[in-house]
Design a protein. Structure first.
Length: 299
C-alpha cells in the first residue's frame, strides 16, 4: 500500500459513502455526528446539539484499562545491535527513525484502505485501486466469503451511541446480514447482524509481551492486540444490542438487534490472503466497565 497515490485517494475521500446509511437507517442516526473523531450527541429528546466531546468514545474509554503506548519507550526496549539497528526480523537493518516512519506509513495506509473499502461497499467503482495488493485481498475475500456465507453488507462506518446514563459513542467498520434474513414473525422480531472490523496490520498478536496485562478490572486480560481489538468490538456489540431496538429493515420493524458473530478481517501486504479472525468474547468484561462508568458519572 506504500504506493497508494494521493491522486487516487482523493477520489475516495470526496465520494459520499452514505448509500447504506440511507438504505438502512436507524432513528438514533439523527442524534449524533462525528468530525475528526470528536462526537456530538443529542442525549435527550428535543435537545439541541450538545457540546462536542460530551461523552467518551469506546476507544478512549478502553485506553484507561491499559498502559499507554509510548513510542520512544517501546523503541528503546526493542533489541538493537552495536550499530543501533534493530534485531527484530520485522525491522532488520532499520534504525529507530526508520521503524517509526514505517509505523506512521502503515497507519496512514490502513486509514486509506479503510476508506476505499467503505466506498466500494457503498457502490463506488474502485477499479483504479485494484492494483494495490491489500485492496485485491479484500475483494478476493468479499467475492468468496459473502457467497459462501450468503451474507450481504448492511452498514459501514456506523456511528453508534449509548443513552445519557452511560454517554459512550463509537463507530462500527461494517455490519453484515444474511441475504435471506427472515421477517419479524419468523425470528422473534430479532434482527441478526454480524460485525466485521477491518485491520490492516502485519501481525495481530494473541499473546502479551512478557505476560503483561491490563489495569483495574482488566488486570486479568493479557495486553495484546487481539484482546484490545476484541474488547472494542464487544463494546460495539453491547451498545448495538442495548440501544438499537425498533430497527426498520425491508419494510418491517424489528424489536431487537442481536450481533451473532464478531470478526476481525486482517489485511496486509505480507499475507497470502485476508484472514478472518474470531473475536474473543469479552462481553461480561465490557458490561462491568460500562457499569463502573455509570457509577462514576452518578457520583
Amino acid at each position: 500500500m506504500d504506493e497508494l497515490t494521493k491522486e487516487y485517494y482523493m477520489s475516495a475521500k470526496t465520494f459520499q459513502a452514505n448509500f447504506l446509511a440511507a438504505k438502512h437507517p436507524h432513528p438514533l442516526d439523527q442524534t449524533l455526528s462525528c468530525r475528526k473523531h470528536v462526537y456530538t450527541v443529542r442525549w435527550y429528546v428535543g435537545q439541541q446539539d450538545s457540546m462536542p466531546g460530551d461523552g467518551i468514545s469506546v476507544t478512549k474509554l478502553l485506553e484507561h484499562y491499559f498502559e499507554p503506548f509510548v513510542r520512544e519507550d517501546v523503541l528503546a526496549r526493542m533489541g538493537h545491535d552495536a550499530q543501533g539497528f534493530h534485531t527484530n526480523p520485522l525491522y532488520c537493518h532499520m534504525n529507530n527513525d526508520q521503524v517509526s516512519a514505517r509505523w506512521d506509513q502503515t497507519c496512514k495506509n490502513g486509514k486509506r484502505a479503510h476508506r476505499i473499502i467503505e466506498c466500494f461497499l457503498n457502490g463506488m467503482d474502485i477499479t483504479p485501486y485494484k492494483q494495490f495488493y491489500v485492496i485485491r485481498q479484500f475483494l478476493n475475500w468479499f467475492e468468496s466469503e459473502t457467497k459462501r456465507r450468503k451474507i450481504k453488507i448492511f452498514r459501514t462506518e456506523m456511528k453508534i451511541r449509548s443513552d445519557v446514563k452511560l454517554k459512550v459513542t463509537g463507530a462500527i467498520d461494517s455490519l453484515w446480514i444474511d441475504e435471506d434474513h427472515p421477517p419479524p414473525d419468523q425470528c422473534d422480531s430479532t434482527l441478526f447482524l454480524i460485525i466485521i472490523d477491518f485491520k490492516v496490520q502485519e501481525k495481530i498478536e494473541k499473546w502479551a509481551f512478557k505476560s503483561k496485562k491490563g489495569l483495574e478490572c482488566c488486570d486479568d486480560v493479557p495486553d495484546c492486540r487481539l484482546n484490545k481489538h476484541s474488547l472494542q468490538q464487544c463494546a460495539y456489540k453491547v451498545l448495538k444490542e442495548d440501544y438499537y431496538g425498533d430497527y426498520p429493515y425491508n419494510g418491517y420493524v424489528y424489536k431487537r438487534v442481536v450481533i451473532r458473530e464478531l470478526y476481525l478481517l486482517q489485511l496486509h501486504d505480507s499475507l497470502l490472503e485476508a484472514e478472518l479472525i474470531p473475536v474473543v468474547n469479552f462481553v461480561p468484561k465490557i458490561r462491568a466497565i460500562f457499569e463502573y462508568r455509570v457509577n462514576q458519572l452518578n457520583q
